[in-house]
Design a protein around this ligand. Structure first.
Ligand SMILES: [Zn+2]
Length: 141
């Protein structure tokens, strides 16, 4: 898709430091890393929302992300004590590039990474409210 930086990278018309590529997904280093080694895993097909990425590409994204996190965990390349697997799906969720992507971000004590947690500042819902939402979801699965 024109004007999509990730499609340009996949087409070879924009630079990227690739770490993985197969027929469904690709992974490369984020040019604005949260921490060193911050990776992006994306479907090769242009799809805006992770909710709409077809199988098996959607599963492959997480499969590859987990594999890369295990490799990063070996600690030879970057500092890593934990990993954040993050998908911002939609503008309201903070999605900045509108080609679905999984962030695989190495984490360590004092890395300065902050996750917004506005919901946790709200009072906890009642069990009845949780049950109402769960029932609605089960009913539409
Ligand atoms: Zn794209």
């Amino acid at each position: 898709v024109q004007d999509c930086i990730f499609c340009s990278i996949l087409a070879g018309s924009a630079p990227a430091s690739f770490v993985y590529r197969d027929e469904l997904v690709s992974a490369f280093l984020d040019i604005r890393p949260v921490t060193p080694g911050d990776l992006l895993v994306i479907p090769n097909e242009h799809v805006v929302s992770m909710r709409d990425v077809p199988e098996p590409a959607a599963s492959r994204i997480f499969h590859v992300g987990r594999r890369l996190a295990r490799v990063l965990s070996q600690g030879a390349v970057v500092r890593l004590e934990g990993v954040s697997f993050v998908v911002a799906d939609g503008e309201a969720a903070g999605q900045d590039v509108f080609h679905a992507h999984l962030h695989v971000t190495p984490r360590f004590d004092g890395d300065g990474y902050h996750v917004e947690a506005a919901a946790w500042a709200q009072p906890p819902p009642s069990r009845a409210e949780l049950d109402r939402i769960a029932a609605g979801l089960r009913g539409t699965l």
